[in-house]
Design a protein around this ligand. Structure first.
Ligand SMILES: [Zn+2]
Length: 427
């Protein structure tokens, strides 16, 4: 009977292009629908320009600009290398590769497991020099405090940690593809969605502690301030932890992660050490904004809405490539092909995802100002964060469009300055 959308046979180019467009459209619509209401979306760019001119010296701006442009170069190089390696495994069917695939194909499931682990390790190895370049760059600019040994140990750990899901994911994918053929995407979508939820839940309790120490924020004025703000915001924060971020770098930050029982606010020890009281309140209030608006759930919902068409596209594109290669569609050859298309799909669908993220972050800034009643605290925080983290105050628009998860420092200052204007209007 009909085997459903192709798994190797007769993939129509129009259907493929239509599915790709549909997946992008679904992501754009999901991003628009899930964008939080900004309330009064006032922002004051000319005031922000004055703040930047007053508070940053020309040499500070050029130093952070240099650091960030090198960083972007390393980032682009990493992407290029990643696509090149995956493209090579997915497209190249020279004699050696055919032999290897044939060997792995004798026991297809074990072969898939090995192919998944192998691709993951190959990527980590090829990207290691760029990883080290980023580390060296951070050292050169005094941002990174970690020595080479511990940095390599981190790399080894993260390589091992990502090998496991890569291997199991490959095994599952090949098993499902053999079993379900054209209905692969339905089961795969469900599994990817479950995986997204489980990792959000488990990440802070299982993976993050491998790399850092997390300790409950001890009783004292800092903890009292966090609890006071949470109380005023009327949100349950779960646990409040301090992470020993200073072990690696001098960057200042805080974040919320986990869901349900693993939900927590995590504050960098650097932030507790370096921020003034008003800056600290602005930072914590921003994180509370994420809790209050249930932004982790929002992010997961975005993923759940985007996954089905994304996975269907991956299935169709993979089917077409397998056919072009003359691969055995039910063997380990599927693994590199899937890996390439998954990476491409994630890269593209993340663009609307990042647009949503920027809206969510702007909203959390506005929430922070509302909670503390102190827009200047947020301005000071943004200036401090930009200096401590050597942020590009106003990054190139294309970069921001593709990769920006937060509004730029400039935009965030403009939001806070806009709130000042609005505040004085009400007086
Ligand atoms: Zn945030």
């Amino acid at each position: 009977m009909n085997s459903g959308p192709a798994t190797g046979r007769g993939v129509n180019g129009y259907v493929l292009a239509g599915t790709a467009a549909g997946a992008v459209l679904a992501a754009v619509i999901a991003a628009v629908l899930l964008s939080p209401d900004q309330g009064f979306p006032v922002s004051d760019p000319s005031a922000a320009a004055r703040v930047v001119a007053d508070r940053f010296t020309a040499s500070e701006l050029s130093r952070s600009g240099d650091y960030r442009s090198w960083g972007r170069l390393i980032g682009v190089a990493t992407l290029v290398v990643e696509f090149a390696v995956l493209g090579f495994f997915a497209f190249w069917r020279g004699r050696r590769m055919k032999l290897l695939l044939e060997k792995l194909g004798r026991r297809p499931l074990i072969g898939a497991l090995l192919a998944g682990a192998g691709i993951s390790v190959a990527l980590a190895l090829v990207e290691l020099p760029l990883d080290l370049a980023a580390w060296q760059l951070g050292r050169d600019y005094g941002l990174v405090s970690q020595d080479l040994g511990p940095r390599l140990l981190d790399w080894l750990l993260s390589t091992l940690i990502s090998m496991l899901p890569a291997a199991l994911g490959a095994l599952l994918a090949v098993a499902l593809w053999r079993w379900l053929r054209g209905k692969f995407w339905i089961a795969a979508s469900i599994l990817v969605a479950v995986w997204a939820i489980v990792t959000t839940w488990l990440w802070p309790v299982v993976v993050a502690p491998v790399f850092n120490d997390f300790n409950p924020l001890p009783a004292g004025p800092t903890r009292s301030e966090v609890l006071r703000l949470a109380d005023r915001a009327g949100v349950k924060v779960g646990d409040v932890y301090v992470v020993d971020a200073s072990r690696r770098s001098s960057t200042v930050n805080a974040y919320v992660n986990g869901i349900g029982s693993s939900k927590r606010v995590v504050i960098y020890d650097n932030a507790i050490r370096d921020l003034g009281p008003d800056e600290f309140s602005a930072l914590v209030a921003h994180e509370l904004g994420h809790v209050e608006a249930k932004d982790l759930r929002r992010g997961l919902t975005f993923a759940l809405l985007v996954i089905p068409l994304g996975v269907l596209f991956v299935q169709l594109a993979s089917g077409a490539l397998l056919k072009r290669n003359g691969d055995d569609a039910s063997g380990p050859a599927l693994v590199p092909v899937l890996a390439l298309w998954v990476t491409i799909a994630v890269f593209v669908l993340q663009v609307p995802g990042n647009a949503l993220s920027r809206q969510v972050e702007a909203k959390a800034d506005r929430f922070s100002i509302g909670l503390t009643g102190d827009p200047q605290g947020l301005v000071d925080l943004q200036v401090r964060l930009a200096k401590a983290n050597l942020s590009d105050v106003d990054p190139p628009a294309l970069w921001q469009f593709l990769f920006g998860t937060h509004p730029s420092t400039f935009d965030r200052i403009a939001i806070a300055e806009g709130a000042k204007v609005r505040g004085s209007d009400e007086d």
